[in-house]
Design a protein around this ligand. Sequence first.
Ligand code: NAP
Ligand code: MN
Length: 265
Amino acid sequence: MNYVVIDRGDELSKKLAVDFHTLAAARGFTRNEGHPEIVISIGGDGTLLQAFHTYADRIDEVAFVGIHTGHLGFFADWKIDELEELVRMMAEEEPKIVRYPLAEIVLDTSEGLSTHIAVNEFTLKGVDNTLVAQIDINDELFEMFRGDGIVVSTPSGSTAYNKSLGGAVIHPSIECLQIAEIASINNRVYRTLGSSVVLPQHHHCDIISRKDQRLQLTFDHLNITRSDIRAIRCSVSTRKISFARYRPFPFWNRVREAFLGYDVK
Ligand code: NAP
Ligand code: MN
């Protein structure tokens, strides 16, 4: 088995990465940074996001496994004292491959079109002023937005930034995107729905920002600033992220554990 480890960079995560390599070598696994089948993320959910973007162009060929060195994560289910058990299962058992939807964001800029993907969400904010943008759904005007920003999240991202904005928590088996507002200004000219909306897999939305605005865009933890954005199209990607599950890790247990504090058995 070809694998790679990406760790958060703190002492504990780095030590666990070394331990993992020792256990993996004893099982005959091969470290292969260029062509891994399994990408092990050691750290937190943010580490998994980094691992995903490192292998974004090979996303159809890799499956992710998360080991958490802090609190139980949404993407990381293995604990620090379970490395041996994980490596044993990787050697002896077939994992269940669970596939979660991704967001696809196509930027139309003065340089042409560029495509980005996100596991959690895409966000758009104004840098110097409030964001002013027209939002179309399926090529028809939906609303005129003025405010701090817009967050377009995947179901797996629904428990992240989206949740802080009062968006709904969505099971990742539902192929959709959720659009949530950040502090929209409502008056006679700029009028938004206020509640977040959920788009199904075959719909798309276009965000057409006012010309020459300096905008901050984020794709998960990555961010860029641009002033030449003409329009942004958001849709559910045809690609998905795969997780290798060697044991069940039910989404609702993660939600309960993370936000309500009841122990997951
Ligand atoms: P960060 O500032 O360290 O992350 C913020 C928190 O979000 C961390 O506790 C992180 O968990 C957690 N998180 C990440 N993905 C999650 C998910 N799918 N469900 C529930 N919690 C999740 O930055 P980061 O670690 O690079 O993560 C980037 C993410 O931060 C963005 O994708 C965005 O969702 C989130 N964010 C949230 C807010 C907000 O809620 N106001 C604002 C900006 C960004 P770990 O500690 O395990 O990494
Ligand atoms: Mn983090």
